[in-house]
Design a protein around this ligand. Structure first.
Ligand code: F6P
Length: 549
């Protein structure tokens, strides 16, 4: 039996490389649009409330057909179907990958090892809903009988970024009378700043950790417990009214001292970076209420169904994933910018960094062989207008190709004054102008025609040809947020499938954790660290000397 050819040995890969060399050697978006203005309508996919416009990409019908062939031979849709069926596609951890079950309707049947997991998902959602309502209504009281007014989520990575991002994104839908804080950093200043103006009698801590072994989270939770007890007279019974836990690890949760009744569970088939629609979203659910949370889950589910059923040529996550492969593997693009034109999405790109880079930052294939092709890009960006006055210069006139996603909304959701509402058109004018300038630039002739002195012409010429995807939605509702996140989750999936890597493990974060554990005692007690390299050893000595001054 002959071995399956590796990705870069496949004829479909070679065909794309040839196409890049020949037909796409110098394609200009100006020319592509001049030759076929209909691409403005043809290269648009609608999914749920999202309008995904990929017309400003360096592609033709032929490019797209070749990319689809690559997807076909690399088995993207077969792996997708295996994921939805609950197969153990996370090969290195031997786990199913079923974040899609978290938003499946009550009546759905999704089995892991012969057991339907959907009833369990909804049972936890129902418990979370009841708890969230009790906190929101003031029925859940703290140790001294006062209602909760502050909710502090303690978690890191997927146990922080998702709820923190979604809380920001959905602020207009949140219970404004409650304060929400998110603590992640083991730097004690994070917890200090989060609680310094809070009254412990009115504060609920949500300790979010899939494993409940993450040192940052357990350390912060322990310190939060001390802060609470110090503020409430030291009665240990207070913990049960002020601490809840979100985890897959019941044993560790109870070992920490959190009541089993105050634990909301999820399962090992939910990856940390795919988890904020599980129990990990409890802080968000308290903020926006169970009904809005379910609207968000329905938004996720809409895109899940689209990903699963839409034909390959009109499948938004598939297309977005393949476009990333096109630039990363055939143009040498090393990064991808995500630029939301919404203040509420200020944490969206940071959230996507974990989703994308922890998933696809891999250099061996699913069998453990070194890959011979580029994998996940560096993902970066901040809200668009701020970026325009900071780093867009490099995207427009620098030497690198940086594909970007521009995300915008037709209407603001917050209750704004008429004057502030009117600013929305200006915000969106910026989004459209940037997409236009990036794609079409400004030629030297056009610059000269404006009367620019000859010595400045080169400096004021914009090469254009910078590809963008424009994602437009009516407004940033809970459902639309769910749709957006699912769109990126599945985009990342598609790329991992093409690159033949395991997008669902994260061994790369382990080494630093292990080494930190051994260096810790050297910093605190001056203990010898066996085998410590000369450079790190000198840094430890310098640190200790400075610390003692
Ligand atoms: O950074 C590694 C990681 O395991 C992430 O994947 C995860 O989201 C984060 O740490 C936090 O893990 P936990 O929820 O188990 O505390």
């Amino acid at each position: 039996m002959s071995e399956t050819p590796r990705l870069n040995r496949r004829p479909e890969w070679a065909a794309l490389a040839d196409h890049r060399e020949d037909a796409m050697q110098r394609p200009r978006l100006r020319e592509l649009f001049a030759a076929d203005p209909s691409r403005a309508e043809r290269y648009v996919v609608r999914v749920g409330d999202l309008r995904v416009d990929y017309s400003k990409h360096l592609v033709t019908d032929e490019t797209l057909a070749l990319l689809r062939e690559l997807a076909a031979v690399t088995g993207v849709t077969a792996l997708r179907d295996a994921m939805f069926r609950g197969e153990r596609i996370n090969v290195t951890e031997d786990r199913a990958v079923l974040h899609t079950a978290l938003r499946a309707p009550r009546e759905a049947v999704i089995e892991v090892d012969g057991e339907n997991v959907v009833p369990g998902v909804h049972a936890v959602l129902d418990r979370m809903g009841a708890f969230a309502e009790r906190v929101r209504s003031g029925e859940w009281t703290g140790h001294t009988g006062r209602p909760i007014r502050n909710v502090v989520n303690i978690g890191i990575g997927g146990s922080d970024l998702g709820p923190a991002m979604a809380y920001e994104a959905l602020r207009p839908f949140t219970a404004r009378e409650l304060a929400f804080r998110f603590v992640s950093n083991v730097d004690g200043s994070d917890l200090h700043e989060a609680v310094r103006d809070l009254d412990p009698a009115e504060t609920l801590f949500i300790v979010a950790s899939k494993t409940f072994t993450t040192i940052e989270t357990i350390t912060n939770a322990t310190s939060a417990r001390s802060w609470l007890l110090a503020g409430l007279g030291g009665d240990e019974k207070a913990v049960a009214r002020h601490f809840v836990a979100l985890s897959t690890n019941a044993e560790k949760v109870t070992g920490f001292g959190v009541d089993a009744d105050n634990m909301f569970e999820f399962w090992d088939w939910v990856g940390g970076r795919y988890s904020y629609d599980s129990a990990i979203g409890l802080s968000l659910m308290i903020a926006i209420g169970p009904d809005r949370f379910r609207e968000m889950l329905d938004g996720f589910h809409t895109v899940d169904e689209h990903f699963r059923n839409a034909p390959v040529e009109a499948n938004a996550p598939l297309l977005m994933g393949l476009l990333g492969v096109w630039y990363g593997n055939f143009f040498g693009a090393e990064s991808h910018a995500v630029l939301p034109y919404s203040h509420y999405l200020s944490k969206f790109t940071a959230y996507l960094q974990q989703l994308d880079m922890e998933s696809n930052g891999k250099s061996v294939d699913r069998l453990g062989r070194p890959v011979g092709w580029a994998t996940g890009p560096v993902v970066w960006g901040t809200p668009g207008t701020n970026g325009q006055h900071a780093y867009y210069q490099l995207i427009h006139q620098g030497t690198r190709l940086i594909p970007a996603d521009l995300i915008g909304f037709a209407r603001p959701v917050a209750e704004l004054s008429d004057e502030l509402k009117a600013q929305h058109d200006l915000l969106m004018a910026n989004l459209f102008a940037q997409g236009q300038a990036l794609a079409f630039g400004r030629t030297a002739e056009e610059v000269r025609a404006e009367g620019v002195p000859e010595e400045q012409v080169a400096h004021r010429t914009f090469p254009g040809n910078h590809p963008t995807t424009t994602i437009l939605a009516p407004e940033l509702t809970p459902s639309v947020l769910g749709q957006l996140v699912a769109l990126y989750e599945h985009k990342v999936f598609v790329q991992g499938a093409v690159w033949d890597i395991d997008s669902f493990d994260q061994w790369g974060v382990e080494l630093g954790k292990v080494l930190a554990r051994s260096i810790g005692p050297a910093l605190t007690e001056g203990a010898e660290v066996p085998g410590l390299d000369a450079s790190t050893s000198a840094l430890v000595a310098a640190y200790r000397a400075l610390k003692e001054v």
